[in-house]
Design a binder for this molecule. Structure first.
Ligand code: WTA
Length: 690
């Protein structure tokens, strides 16, 4: 925990109230100073009254939700075993539910059963409800949506699978996917699953070099992309970026290019026309028989070091966990139109655009556009046109939209909505209330859902966990069934008082957890299981109120959250350190009223530099965009003569975060710094910068 260099006390409680005189007051999190007691609670009508008939029919002695929760955590084999039997379609049934060894951080679920994810998500529904709509592709231009039935999706999946096989892709091989949110992206993910290949979807906003490093780390030989895509009216040149990336990856043998723009494809070296290749596929090979623990996909996510982690999710446990959380958290009912507006490049897109909804045979929306295109009413116009029943999005978009006023919401009919979900970052009470009162007309259940790429699915959420309790605003509240969250202090001791604040950990095991980091199990152990032995450590801090409701206070490590995108500050530092004129850098997150956090970089230049500070700053920003993505570009970049370091040479990040926040009146004890005078230099420059 020392290595993490963080105090456990959540930083949000230590902030003084905003001061108008502060040069950085607009950047304070307005919600961080609100006393908990002022938060309101809301009752709601949409509650799943009989959460899991699969369990209660088998165990009739369970008659209340509390009993169900206790059963789920005390008898995980019985609980998850009953669900595994009934929610998954097996080729060979499992005999072992779970095996785990905390000393080696190895977990397995249903390992001796065999199944296929594509069969579970598509084929079985295509057999019983071939004409049910699986995907509604909400393209960039409003009113141009396309519907794809389960039968059509099955045929697409089979064809892409055939093409991948022709390219020599076999069971266990990794396939990189660099595609916009679209049916071909979903079909490609499921085609990999059908033949037992492991997909690695890379967010289509990442740069060529970020794509290349993920392709290389995964050892992919095939990458699937599109000629270009459009978002918010802006063209994104995916094929061009992929070419640049492939030039850096010797092992890529084929680039499959889907035609997305409507213009004829221009094909180059190693590139094949995906749709043309699909047209030549006749018949389909039987789906691969996968073990419960065979990997389903890799997903790269940011951590405390510069190198993103390729989390490995496996088949049976992940499918089961996303299916049950999708159904219970959102009160999913047959006939619903589920609208999660996340990009498939992130875990939310994997779990709640693709796998969870398709496991449940739902109709899921693929949202390819932007919340403000063509105007800030886009989400709600889409809700009206598609009759969306559950809407799931990120607080950063809500904070942006509420600034445009209520008219953009109210002019559309939102009566189809029942549940509104929030994910990816803390939601502030103001945004929560706007969501509940304006978007949901005080009628819908708002679920603030806390979870992570590592957890596979939702871990804390007001539903189904507290079916009778009113929803407490801006709180994910309680654990999902089978889940035991807890808080620890800085010494690693569990905090037993109900009211407490500390490091958010999880005891026990759950089927959705990522099993390892691709090629680096030690990093997996060190990151998640060493800091608090015996528990999974999330990296987040949390507070628990007297009723046992959790509230997330933010990351305790060097990960920040910019517009809902998770970013390791070390990734940005690594890029800037490559610049010839840079001697040292430290990057921190700084509160931002819309983005949640924004990137603040402190840079120390070498004695002799090649150009002006302005030019170097421009180059550094361009480098970050080129090597990572636009959202990672430092909004603030401060060139200073030194960084505040302790005598042992450790950068005091706490201080930099405080300065970046504009919270510099009381910087605490800086006497342990090797050279305290650098602090006044930084402050001086900071005040001039504003
Ligand atoms: C943050 C996204 C507060 C948290 C699903 C976590 C949240 C990180 C919430 C994971 C929430 C996610 N309230 N913070 N409801 N949901 N986070 O891997 O810091 O992209 O550790 O997964 O987002 O981000 P990731």
């Amino acid at each position: 925990r020392k290595a993490l260099g963080r105090e456990v006390v959540p930083h949000t409680t230590r902030l003084p109230p905003p001061r108008v005189s502060s040069c950085c007051s607009v950047l304070r999190r307005p919600w961080s100073v609100r006393p908990q007691a002022q938060l309101r609670c809301y009752s709601s009508a949409a509650v799943c009254s009989s959460p899991i008939p699969e369990i209660t029919s088998k165990f009739p002695e369970i008659t209340s939700y509390d009993e169900l929760y206790k059963f789920s955590v005390n008898q995980p084999d019985a609980f998850w075993g009953a669900l595994g039997e009934q929610l998954l379609q097996w080729q060979r049934p499992f005999s072992t539910v779970t095996q785990h060894d905390l000393s080696t951080s190895t977990f397995s679920w249903f390992h001796d059963g065999t199944l296929n994810a594509a069969v579970n998500c598509v084929d079985r529904h295509a057999e019983h409800h071939p004409d049910r709509v699986a995907l509604i592709w909400e393209k960039d231009e409003p009113g141009t949506e396309q519907r794809i039935t389960y039968r059509e999706l099955q045929s697409e999946v089979e064809k892409v699978a055939g093409v991948l096989q022709q390219c020599g892709v076999k069971k266990g091989d990794r396939v990189a996917i660099y595609l916009p949110v679209s049916p071909i992206a979903v079909a490609t993910m499921l085609a990999c699953a059908r033949i037992g290949a492991v997909h690695s979807v890379v967010f289509a906003g990442f740069s060529a070099s970020a794509l290349a490093s993920r392709i290389r780390d995964a050892g992919a030989k095939v990458v699937v992309t599109a000629d270009s895509s459009k978002r918010g009216g802006r063209v994104i040149e995916l094929q061009k970026v992929t070419r640049e990336a492939v030039a850096l990856c010797q092992d890529i043998e084929y680039v499959l290019v889907a035609q997305h723009s409507g213009a004829p494809l221009q094909l180059g070296h190693k590139e094949l026309d995906l749709q043309q290749a699909m047209a030549s596929i006749t018949g389909s090979a039987p789906p691969s028989e996968q073990g419960g623990e065979d990997p389903l996909f890799l997903l790269y996510t940011s951590g405390s070091t510069g190198q993103p982690k390729g989390l490995v999710h496996t088949t049976a446990g992940y499918l089961l966990y996303t299916a049950i959380t999708h159904r219970l958290v959102f009160d999913y009912q047959p006939g619903d139109v589920f609208g999660c507006v996340a990009d498939i490049g992130w875990i939310t897109g994997h779990s709640y655009v693709v796998y969870g909804p398709l496991m449940n045979g739902a109709t899921t929306v693929l949202f390819e556009s932007s919340p403000i295109y063509p105007d800030p009413g886009r989400y709600w116009e889409t809700v009206q046109r598609l009759r969306i029943t559950q809407f799931y999005g990120a607080p950063t978009a809500l904070r942006l939209l509420l600034r445009y006023g209520d008219e953009f919401v109210k002019k559309y009919d939102r009566s189809s909505l029942r549940v509104l979900g929030s994910v990816g970052e803390p939601i502030n009470p103001e945004a929560w209330r706007w969501y509940h009162e304006v978007v949901g007309d005080r009628r819908c259940t708002v679920v603030d859902t806390w979870w992570q790429s590592e957890t596979g699915g939702i871990m804390l959420s007001p539903r189904p966990s507290a079916p009778d309790a009113p929803v407490k605003e801006a709180h994910p509240m309680r654990p999902m069934l089978g889940m035991t969250p807890l808080l620890c202090d800085a010494e690693g001791h569990q905090l037993h008082d109900v009211e407490a604040s500390g490091a958010l950990c999880i005891a026990g095991v759950w089927p959705g957890i990522a099993r390892t980091i691709h090629g680096d199990h030690k990093r997996y152990q060190d990151t998640y299981f060493s800091p608090y032995p015996g528990f999974y450590f999330s990296g987040d801090g949390a507070m628990r109120d007297s009723e046992g409701n959790y509230h997330i206070t933010g990351r305790m490590d060097d990960v920040i959250n910019v517009t809902g995108h998770r970013l390791g500050t070390a990734e940005v530092e690594d890029v800037m350190m490559e610049h010839v004129d840079v001697s040292e850098t430290a990057v921190v997150g700084c509160p931002h009223p819309v983005k949640g956090e924004t990137v603040f970089a402190f840079v120390v230049l070498k004695e002799q530099v090649s150009s002006s500070i302005e030019d170097i700053s421009k180059q550094l920003r361009a480098d970050v965009k080129k090597h990572i993505a636009s959202y990672a570009v430092p909004e603030f970049l401060l060139v200073t003569r030194g960084l505040p370091k302790t005598r042992s040479g450790k950068v005091m990040r706490r201080l930099l975060r405080q300065i970046a926040k504009g919270d510099h009146d009381d910087l605490g004890d800086i006497s342990t710094l090797a050279d305290p005078s650098v602090v006044s230099d930084i402050l001086d420059k900071f005040l001039k910068m504003k």
